[in-house]
Design a protein around this ligand. Sequence first.
Ligand SMILES: [Zn+2]
Length: 435
Amino acid sequence: MAVCQAYRFALEPTPAQERALRSHAGAARFAWNWGLARCNERYEAEGRWYSAIDLHKLWNAQKKADPALAWWGENSKCAYQEAFRDLDRALKDFIKSKKGERKGRRLGFPRFKKRGKCRDSFRFGTGAMRCDGTTVTLPRLGAIRTHESTRKLARRLENGTACILSATVSRTAQRWFVSFTVEVERAIPDRRARPGSVAGIDLGVKTLLTGIDDAGNVISVEGPKPYRQALRKLRREGRAHSRKAPGSANRRKQAGRLARIHARVANIRADVIRKATSDLASRYETVVAEDLNVAGMTRNRRLARAICDQGFGEARRMLGYKTQWNGGRLIVADRFYPSSKTCSGCGAVKAKLPLHVRVYVCEACGLVLNRDVNAAANLLHLGTASGAGTGLTEAKACGAQVRPSPAGHRAMNQEPGTAHAGKTGTAARQQAAAA
Ligand SMILES: [Zn+2]
């Protein structure tokens, strides 16, 4: 089965290569701003925007005519082309969001990008993209050394089980990364090694993941709470940052320091989530999780940090495709299924259960159980129930539900880069294509 996967490597460019990377990022930013200005002009005159193709044609005519744009040839044409595609998508997403056809937070109108205030990034959709174990080769940039080995991907490319669709280069906290979107031929087992194994899992605030399996084993993955641990450090460094004079070299240095702490925190979190989800997907055939309204919860400011911290959405997305790769499945319980408020012993449902109450005490049967374990047990029951029609939907690989949710919204995965596979250089990160 062909699956889209991302391979990301930290780059170690030479000073000349780093200049070229910055130049490409600058070109992409320029193209975005140039395209947005053209779109704004046309909108005032005709009430519509340019498509990515139109922009590219306009650009090709303009770059040769205007001597001020003579530098265009220093960068790969992809940098401009892909920026126009990004802009095209941003405009379409803005319209969709405005019409309520797009899940998640309301999107604003695309803005102009400012050097130093936006993310440095650009993408290659075509051209020579390779890797050979210690380097990656990109169009115009040549072979760039990588921090870690690219051997795994190189081997797949060599034996023809993988094909690079696009490469996105970006900078985070003074470090350059390349992320390849790769179509990989994956062998998905027909039969599960452990048929019938089920685990119910509850993604929590205090504990990242609490689960219970069909054998009664409790799985507990403590969240590293990286933000909270590093918070004092972040706060301290943040205060130091705001004390430095605006525009000074010291302030810029401090901003870099702050960014590196943030990046480290994100790395720790991502690592724990990857390991926990891989482990679950390899051990159980069926994983049952709750459908959380992540966007809605993040809006709750008090919970926001803890939830973003734990990366709920990310964990569930990973469970979706990882269970599939192991010949299993992820089942997502209905958003309104009261997994926390229901007694896993007798089925009694409490009217309310505030979040600070960490132990579930059942008045009906006297059950006393950790709140998260109780919720996980309820989800487990859903997964093992023979007549599975009780608010269950089997999740697709991308984590979108098969059944429309009660509000009438179509359940679609709207993460950036997933909905427009084929249209742009960014294919869905893990969307499974038909075998
Ligand atoms: Zn009970």
